[in-house]
Structures are given as structure tokens and as C-alpha cells.
Design a protein around this ligand. Structure first.
Ligand code: PAF
Length: 284
């Protein structure tokens, strides 16, 4: 496995042939990331993982400086997952100066996570576009936990004509049901237990979706089932809800009562000051 910045990547790329799979990350890798790498391994001849904490996607009050950067452990995890090249550029290499020209995420980037974090998805798409240009992957694998990010990357690939196959890997959960996230390391044990209201809410929604059959306001019933679990947790003071919404997967607009097609139940909450997100894909 090789590790390096832009020059090393260019030298390495020039010597390779075969299909390249890219897994973009900001490091602090866990087994969820390793699952993305394993999938990339299955889809491509060569796997590149990028590790870069992208300042453009952090707001002024966010945790850019504190964001964990355990590079030695991360490299071990990449090695274990069979990565061929770890692209770990320095900040000044990626942004020699503040970029004037950026990708704009548009309306789908202004709702949900984008509403609370203005400019976040512009920053994500800008760095992902740079990674696509530098690494020129044939296929890229993203986790579906950051579902809004996935929907926006899919839209950017279409709108900007990147010739890249996008694969989404379902949310990887710990044994207790909590979606894996680098931010889970911020949760105190008691907060972690409180956070389980989120997967419980998604389970309640999935149950209603399975049991109710077609007809009536099924989208409304599904959303209500999740909301009642979250409302109870809010009443007990266990978490603060940021949003809970059942949306059309293609537009991220709320589902109408007669909606038919692919939907996403999106949930975001803070638990003990830690911002958590989760989602459930549903077919109506
Ligand atoms: O999901 C992430 O870790 C980041 O948003 C990404 C895609 C690596 C861009 O910095």
C-alpha cells in the first residue's frame, strides 16, 4: 500500500492500469468505512481511499480543529481492507488559497443538514469534485448513512457529467442498532443509550410500513410511528430533535399522502451535544 499527496498520486496513477475504485473519507476510520473499501475492492482492480479533513464543509462553530485525525490507526485499517493507495494530501496542497470557484449544491443542499449548516454541501461537493478530478476513479463507493450527501453526489455526477459509477452501501450498525459514525466517539455511555431512540424510531416506522399494506395515508402513518418514539425521548429529555421527515428520494421533498415510489425517512437529533443522523429507505 502506498500513501501520499498529489505528486505521489500522479506518479502512482501513471504506473497503473485497471479499474480504479475510490472511497473518499475524512479519516477516523471505523468498520463502516472498511465495508466501503471492501466493496470498492470487489468492484475495481485498484482501490484508492482518500483521507482529508475538508475545511470547506465545516461551519465557523464546527469541529474542524477537534475532528479526530488518528492517521497511524487509519493507515492500518486501510491496509487491512486491501487499499492500494491512500491519498492523504496536506491542506495547502488541496487548497493553496481559499477557492473562489466552488460547486453549488442548490436546493437539495439547502434543506435538512444543509439548513442547519449553510455552505456545508457546497464544501462537500467541491472537495468530492476535486477528488474525482485528481483520482479519476471508474467507481466510487459512499455510505448511505449520509444519505443527503449521497443524493447530492449522485446529482453532481449527473449534472457535471462525471463518468463515474456511484455505489451506495447500506448503513452499518453496531450491535445495539446505532448507525456507525466517527462522531459516536463523542458520546458518553449514558448518551449512547439515549441515542438508541433514533434506531428504535426507524424500526417503528419500518414495522408500520410492512404491516399496513397499500392504501390510506401510509406515508403519514409511517412518519407518525417514528415521530411518536422520538417525541417520547424528547419528553424524557434524552435528545433534541432537529428534523424528522419522510421525503421523496429523488427530490428530498416531503412525501404526499398518496406518494408512490422510493422514499427516505430522515432523522437528525442531538444527544448530549453530539449531532447524529440516520435514515431508512422505504418503498411505497
Ligand atoms: O463523508 C465524508 O466523510 C465527507 O463528507 C467526504 C465525502 C469525504 C468529503 O469530505
Amino acid at each position: 500500500m502506498e500513501v501520499g499527496g498529489i505528486q505521489a498520486l500522479r506518479r502512482w496513477s501513471a504506473e497503473q492500469s485497471g479499474r480504479i475504485g475510490l472511497v473518499p473519507t475524512m479519516g477516523a476510520l471505523h468498520s463502516g468505512h472498511q465495508a466501503l473499501m471492501t466493496r470498492a475492492r470487489a468492484e475495481a482492480d485498484l482501490v484508492v481511499t482518500s483521507i482529508f479533513v475538508n475545511p470547506l464543509q465545516f461551519g465557523r462553530d464546527e469541529d474542524f480543529v477537534q475532528y479526530p485525525r488518528p492517521i497511524e490507526e487509519d493507515l492500518k485499517k486501510c491496509e487491512e481492507a486491501g487499499v492500494d493507495f491512500v491519498f492523504a494530501p496536506a491542506l495547502g496542497e488541496m487548497y493553496p488559497s481559499a477557492p473562489e470557484v466552488r460547486v453549488v449544491a442548490g436546493r437539495m443542499g439547502a434543506v435538512f443538514e444543509g439548513e442547519a449548516r449553510p455552505g456545508h454541501f457546497d464544501g462537500v461537493l467541491t472537495v468530492v469534485a476535486k477528488l474525482f478530478t485528481l483520482i479519476a476513479p471508474d467507481v466510487t463507493v459512499f455510505g448511505l448513512k449520509d444519505i443527503q450527501q449521497f443524493c447530492l453526489v449522485r446529482r453532481m455526477i449527473a449534472d457535471l457529467n462525471f463518468d463515474i459509477e456511484l455505489i451506495g452501501l447500506p448503513v452499518v450498525r453496531d450491535a445495539d442498532g446505532l448507525a456507525m459514525s466517527s462522531r459516536n466517539s463523542y458520546l458518553a455511555p449514558a448518551d449512547r443509550a439515549r441515542a438508541l431512540a433514533i434506531p428504535r424510531a426507524l424500526d417503528a416506522a419500518a414495522e408500520v410500513a410492512l404491516e399496513s399494506g397499500a392504501g390510506g395515508n401510509l406515508p403519514g402513518a409511517v412518519e407518525d410511528a417514528a415521530r411518536s418514539v422520538i417525541d417520547d425521548a424528547v419528553e424524557r429529555g434524552e435528545l433534541e430533535l432537529i428534523y424528522l421527515s419522510l421525503v421523496d428520494e429523488a427530490t428530498l421533498q416531503p412525501c404526499s399522502p398518496d406518494f408512490r415510489g422510493s422514499a427516505l425517512l430522515l432523522v437528525s437529533a442531538t444527544v448530549g451535544g453530539t449531532h447524529l443522523i440516520d435514515n431508512l429507505p422505504l418503498e411505497f
